[in-house]
Design a protein around this ligand. Structure first.
Ligand SMILES: NC(=O)c1ccc[n+]([C@@H]2O[C@H](COP(=O)([O-])OP(=O)(O)OC[C@H]3O[C@@H](n4cnc5c(N)ncnc54)[C@H](OP(=O)(O)O)[C@@H]3O)[C@@H](O)[C@H]2O)c1
Length: 275
């Protein structure tokens, strides 16, 4: 049975925390917001200390400011002690644009490479083959270690893989939580069979699962909170990791402590059936 602290990334040998940190809203949402920079950098550093040393960001978040804050937060960590995910927006999917977008992200992150680089959303305008060629080129140049996709349905993810030569798609980042189970039908079983990491975003349904009565009830048995049960339900699944976003220090602590233990099979089944 897979560990609920460290898991393999896709088919690679690299092991990553099953709970990392999301950054949508850190440094702004669709626009740059510098009003909470200090708090955000401290929260990211605290999360790394707590074992959530995987950070999910994107060129889109805070119009680039999120990546700048991640860069500040990891500046003093040895680079191999953090795992950085970033994403190229679907308006930059032409070959040359992908390369340029990645270079800009590297500058904002103040680092030489991104651990996992994802296509944020599919584009129905730019041929996928062109984009995948550029993604593979980034790996060849050493600017990114691994590549993947986000918000890709199964058929498109398979198509994307078909355009790659030596490189593998190691992850697909999709919305997945107790209330949002669309991908359980096809995508999740495929990812588990073919060893592609499914990165579950919005795992707390933007915080609302933290107040859920049934989750609180189940949590009492384990001495855990509702949010911890919601996160553990995800990471108990093979090949699934998750990236809750938290700035509040109590939330960060709670999220980190959702790793390293397991809900019983019986309780997992009860939860899956109840939602
Ligand atoms: N690839 C994509 O298209 C895509 C789309 C959406 C999201 N994402 C990624 O996934 C990450 C997570 O998703 P999300 O930000 O949409 O939603 P989320 O992680 O489900 O929820 C974040 C909210 O929950 C609160 N929270 C965090 N931990 C908590 C806890 N233990 N108890 C109670 N409340 C808690 C946070 O509050 P505080 O901040 O105040 O602590 C914040 O308001 C994003 O930040 C982003 O990195 C990716």
């Amino acid at each position: 049975m897979e560990h609920t602290y460290l898991k393999a990334l896709g088919k690679s040998e690299v092991r990553i925390p099953s709970i990392g940190m999301g950054t949508w809203g850190i440094g702004g949402y669709g626009t740059r917001d510098t009003s909470r920079d200090k708090e955000a950098v401290e929260a990211l550093q605290q999360g790394i200390e707590l074992g959530m040393w995987l950070i999910d960001t994107a060129e889109m978040y805070g119009a680039g400011h999120s990546e700048e804050l991640v860069g500040q937060a990891i500046k003093d960590s040895p680079r191999e002690k953090v795992f950085i995910i970033s994403k190229v927006l679907n308006t930059h999917l032409e070959y040359k644009e992908v390369i340029k977008a990645c270079q800009r992200s590297l500058e904002r992150l103040q680092t030489d490479f991104i651990d996992l680089y994802l296509i944020h959303f599919p584009s129905y305008r730019i041929p996928l083959e062109e984009t995948m060629g550029a993604m593979e080129n980034l790996v060849e140049q050493g600017l990114v270690r691994f590549i993947g996709v986000s918000n890709f349905p199964l058929n498109l993810m398979k198509e994307a893989q078909g355009y790659l030569g030596k490189t593998e798609i190691q992850a697909n980042e999709v919305k997945y939580n107790l209330k949002c189970r669309y991908d359980e039908k096809d995508l999740l079983p495929y990812c588990q069979r073919e060893r592609v990491t499914l990165i579950a975003y919005t795992p707390l349904e933007e915080g609302s699962l933290a107040d859920n009565k049934l989750l609180q009830e189940v949590g009492k048995k384990y001495g855990k909170t509702a949010a911890q049960v919601a996160l553990n339900w995800l990471i108990c699944k093979e090949n699934v990791i998750t990236i809750p976003k938290a700035v509040n220090l109590r939330h960060l602590q709670e999220n980190a402590e959702a790793m390293g233990w397991r809900i019983s099979q019986e309780d997992l089944a009860q939860l899956s059936a109840a939602f």
